[in-house]
Design a protein. Structure first.
Length: 141
């Protein structure tokens, strides 16, 4: 199995109150994150997963990449819903958290759960992608 460090970006914006997924979008997202974290940590004991929220009072890292499934699941309880997501800042902070991972042999992966409208222009997101790709190439050298 592939050795990975994963950061999961959670959408905790006002849009997560919607009940179109039972019981709410946030609860459905939480269950998906629980399944994903369990699968990641079971596939390889050295895999690590970190969680951050994208809305509210700003992007907030709930837990840095860890293999402790209990710590990951505990940080998901009591999430505050509010505000709008800041997708570009969330991705940049996730990249920063992955840059400082303990095991540099781990591949980096960012998973974004976005259930609210993305209010960024395509060019801004592409520029962010280009910057992250160039940083990744610099790290390989």
């Amino acid at each position: 199995m592939v050795l990975e460090a994963t950061m999961i970006c959670i959408d905790n914006s006002e849009w997560m109150r919607n009940g179109d997924y039972s019981p709410s979008r946030l609860q459905a997202q939480t269950e998906a994150v629980n399944l994903l974290c369990g699968a990641k940590t079971q596939s390889n004991p050295e895999n690590t997963v970190g969680i951050l929220t994208m809305a509210g009072k700003g992007v907030r890292v709930l837990t840095t990449p860890t293999s402790d499934l209990g710590k990951i699941l505990a940080c998901m309880h009591g999430l505050e819903v509010g505000g709008e997501i800041n997708l570009t800042a969330a991705i940049q902070i996730a990249q920063l958290a992955l840059k400082h991972r303990q095991n540099k042999n781990q591949r980096q992966r960012i998973i974004v759960f976005a259930g609210s409208p993305i209010k960024y222009e395509k060019k801004a997101l592409e520029r962010n992608e280009e910057e992250s790709n160039s940083k990744g190439e610099d790290e390989k050298k």
